[in-house]
Design a protein around this ligand. Structure first.
Ligand code: MEZ
Length: 542
């Protein structure tokens, strides 16, 4: 047993153990739509008006986004005071892919498959991305009792009916093929001895359609995609961030200004088309939340695209994963996969009481935990704040000994490192910043408002509406990553070769001055402040 539990935790664990049997047997009721609406309005961080600021310039002028994001979107370009020579680019490609995660890799593979000369640039290394950190699985309606239409209804409702229908339709209809593609590339999905895919529920799903590789599904997918990119010989320039997009004189995307993260040298990449796959924003720590995200998740793509004139959609909505690790403090904010609840663990307060259905959608579940720990004062103090129990021993109580080691070994290991045996002890959890629901507005062909600028993965807004269901992100990086690669390669065939330009950067700087936005915040941020801009700072490369 972990030795640093507080007295309060030890006492409370006795309540949890005493009620485990009766809690395991009960089926908590689902909240009504009205209860959910009231709960969200009162407790979900997206509704905390003081944490949002109105944009004063740019395509979304007048709309509200988190204060940290507003500051970056309206920030000062890293090249504002530098003369950039565009006359002899360092790299030339048909398709420039910015970002080395799952979406960028899928795009690179498909563009290469279509015959394009592809170049991938990535701020850290290929695979240092949120894809690698995804755990619980990827959704696809490929079982006889399910259908893409059913998948659509679940995701549309879960996203508060705000998803762009054409994007969500594409997501769910192309999901079965995404699984086949990954399977063919070599992803080791969990299967029955006869080869049938094992599928489970996630929050808000009406059918079991979560395909997983134990609880390291993202790492398994990323491993496979990375191998494919490297085996194809696609050039990958790592430790190299895009710090501005380059347009051509006609306003079409035509490359990027790059920064070597180690030497700080500037490089120029010219391309016929660009795929932006820069991921999310967890490392901006909105509202002071910890995060389950990779160190590179600093919303760079949103900044670059916004400055170049692309519109954002739902940039005011974030996902707080209900179960971040709240204790011990060494793993504060790390993801405790929803699969733990899919396998039967319930959320329990300090008195050992089940206070909600464990598979409500994420926004509802997170808000409910925040209420339980806050207004209702039924949480426990942790070094980082508060938390309440996720009763993991209930999994084996319901499904038999050995289930945890077989189905969620990464969770067992993460807590086991600190002497916590999740088969015997419940774990403390609290919401952690997990996902950027909003992002760059795209059409179903993956193109942003800027011609020849394609976007894929977490940098896109609108696929999921205002809340995303578990497993639909690993899915969207594949569906929209592949799509962006195919479309970008096709568009590259007819792209004209107009001269390169950074006039939009100058124009944006002028807008900032006119709006009195003279703050010195340099953007994109590239890495969180606490790494001091050093990609080799401790833990950044894990
Ligand atoms: O889609 C996700 O965010 C996911 C699968 C997370 C998890 O809980 O494992």
């Amino acid at each position: 047993m972990y030795t640093n539990y507080t007295e309060e935790m030890l006492e409370s664990m006795k309540n949890v153990a005493a009620k485990r049997e009766s809690n395991a047997a009960m089926e908590p009721r689902r909240m009504t739509a009205e209860e959910k609406d009231n709960l969200l309005a009162a407790f979900h961080p997206d509704y905390k008006a003081s944490e949002f600021a109105e944009l004063k310039i740019g395509p979304n002028k007048g709309e509200k986004v988190p204060v940290e994001l507003a500051s970056l979107l309206q920030g000062k370009s890293r090249i504002e005071d530098t003369e950039i020579d565009l006359s002899s680019p360092d790299y030339d490609a048909d398709v420039l892919v910015i970002g080395g995660g799952g979406a960028g890799s899928s795009a690179a593979i498909e563009a290469h498959q279509a015959g394009a000369k592809v170049l991938m640039v990535t701020k850290l290394r290929i695979g240092d991305a949120n894809t690698m950190m995804a755990e619980g699985g990827i959704q696809a309606a490929d079982k006889p009792n399910d259908s893409p239409a059913q998948h659509y209804l679940d995701a549309f409702g879960g996203g508060h009916f705000a998803a762009k229908p054409e994007l969500l339709r594409k997501l769910v209809t192309e999901a079965p093929d995404a699984i086949l593609w990954l399977n063919r590339l070599g992803v080791e999905f969990d299967k029955e001895p006869d080869g049938t895919m094992i599928t489970t529920h996630g929050g808000g799903t009406s059918r079991k359609r979560m395909h997983a590789a134990k609880d390291y599904s993202g790492a398994e997918i990323m491993r496979t995609l990375r191998d494919e990119v490297l085996n194809r010989g696609i050039p990958v320039v790592d430790f190299t961030a895009a710090i501005e997009l380059i347009l051509d004189r006609d306003g079409k995307a035509a490359g990027a200004v790059l920064l070597n993260m180690e030497t700080k040298e500037i490089r120029i990449a010219r391309a016929k088309t660009v795929v932006l796959a820069t991921g999310g924003a967890g490392r901006l720590h909105y509202q002071g939340f910890p995060t389950s995200n990779h160190y590179g998740a600093t919303a760079d793509g949103l900044v670059l695209a916004y400055r170049a004139g692309a519109k954002l959609l739902y940039a005011d909505t974030l996902q707080y994963h209900p179960t971040g690790a709240a204790f011990p403090e060494q793993i504060y904010g790390a993801l405790v996969t929803e699969k733990v609840r899919s396998l039967g663990a319930k959320l329990v307060n300090r008195n050992g009481e089940v206070f909600m259905h464990p598979l409500e959608t994420r926004d509802v579940c997170a808000a409910s935990i925040i209420r339980e720990c806050g207004e209702r004062n039924n949480g426990l103090a942790t070094p980082g704040g508060k938390g309440l129990w996720l009763d993991t021993p209930m999994i084996e109580f319901k499904n038999g000994a050995g289930t945890i080691e077989k189905r969620i070994p990464a969770m067992m290991r993460m807590f086991g490192k600190y002497g916590i045996d999740i088969r015997k002890e419940p774990i403390l959890v609290y919401p952690t910043l997990h996902y950027q629901n909003g992002g760059i507005d795209i059409t179903a062909d993956g193109m942003s408002g800027i011609q020849n600028l394609f976007v894929a993965g977490e940098a896109v807004g609108g696929i999921h509406g205002r809340n995303r269901l578990m497993g639909n992100s690993l899915l969207d990086i594949i569906v929209f990553g592949r799509n962006a690669g195919v479309r970008a390669a096709a568009a590259a065939k007819t792209a004209s070769a107009a001269p390169l330009s950074l006039e939009h950067v100058k124009a944006f700087a002028a807008m900032r001055r006119d709006a009195g936005l003279d703050g010195a915040e340099l953007s994109p941020r590239l890495l969180p402040h606490y790494t001091h801009g050093n990609p080799r700072a401790e833990n950044v490369l894990r």
